[in-house]
Design a protein around this ligand. Structure first.
Ligand SMILES: [Zn+2]
Length: 303
């Protein structure tokens, strides 16, 4: 009896600290991960966090592997590395990171031995986030990139040309797009919320539309989302990408019409309901965020 209560206390304490720190329960997340080949030489490692899919890209070459986004924790990143070691049996040479947000960059801790690359604004955003969170100097060093870029960087790696591209602010101010021309595949991270209402807490929705147009102009057949499922036929990702673009255009046009008739930000939030998207996951929490951010962006009040 005594033992049982002690155990219960221990479990409650563990649960409590996990919730308090907003930390994912590592074992649960790690065990739910899966590595899937999308097209030859290209894989996606996905984890399911509270019903939402978070995707990390894996590009395989004859000289090793490039990972795109390290996901939410050291444990999850180690689980992904283990899957890559078991299935692909090649060393990981590069980690390219797109958003600095913790769910995609905490896992950097598991890549101490790997050369890390991100946009210069990604580095600045990550540094700022870690300093505000008062993370140890050791963790800050471990997560920061070894190299940054301004517009683009091209890797010639294992017989593949791999382009790391920046097209402007979208989900953050430093999102990277990874494009492999010979395989016609573009990895988009959190620039692409597939079948999910986009998160724009720190985003720029008007610029985001231009970024999507630039990505579509690359001539890829497959667009890998940072969130959401990838259909059995990966070419169907194009239609989902078009739906995201249409959502942003509908939001922008609705807000622009309100601005044109002199509506305040609050009046615009009340008027632009975007009800046609209410069934998408995250709609309830993000609709107002999107309208407020895009209103500020369109009126020149978004730094
Ligand atoms: Zn994010």
């Amino acid at each position: 009896m005594v033992k049982k209560s002690a155990m219960l206390l221990l479990i409650l304490f563990a649960l409590n600290s996990a919730i308090a720190s907003q930390a994912p329960v590592a074992d649960r997340a790690a065990s739910s991960g899966s590595l899937r080949q999308i097209i030859p030489g290209h894989y996606v490692y996905s984890i399911n966090n509270a019903g939402r899919l978070f995707n990390s890209g894996v590009v395989v070459t004859s000289e090793g592997v490039l990972v795109f986004d390290a996901l939410e924790s050291e444990a999850v990143a180690r689980a992904e590395r283990e899957s890559i070691a078991n299935v692909i049996k090649q060393p990981i040479r590069y980690l390219v990171s797109s958003p600095f947000h913790d769910p995609f960059s905490k896992g950097n801790l598991a890549y101490a031995d790997v050369f890390k690359i991100g946009h210069e604004n990604y580095r600045a955003g990550l540094l700022d986030q870690m300093q505000r969170g008062r993370l140890s100097a050791e963790e800050q060093r471990a997560r920061l990139p070894n190299a940054t870029f301004h517009d683009r960087m091209t890797l010639h790696f294992g017989g593949k040309e791999i382009q790391i591209l920046y097209f402007g602010p979208a989900h953050t101010k430093g999102d990277s797009i990874l494009f492999v021309p010979q395989d016609r595949i573009a990895y988009m991270s959190e620039v692409f919320f597939s079948e999910e209402f986009p998160n724009m807490a720190g985003g720029y929705g008007v610029s985001w539309i231009r970024v999507l147009d630039a990505v579509k102009a690359l001539g890829a057949d497959v667009f890998v989302p940072g969130h959401g499922p990838i259909p059995e036929d990966p070419k169907q990702t194009r239609a989902a990408l078009d739906r995201l673009r249409q959502l942003l255009v509908d939001a922008r046009d609705g807000i622009q019409a309100e601005i044109a008739r002199g509506a305040t930000e609050d009046q615009t939030v009340a008027a632009v309901k975007l009800q046609q998207y209410e069934k998408l996951p995250s709609f309830a929490g993000q609709r107002e965020v999107v309208v407020r951010r895009m209103y500020k962006e369109l009126t020149g009040n978004l730094p």
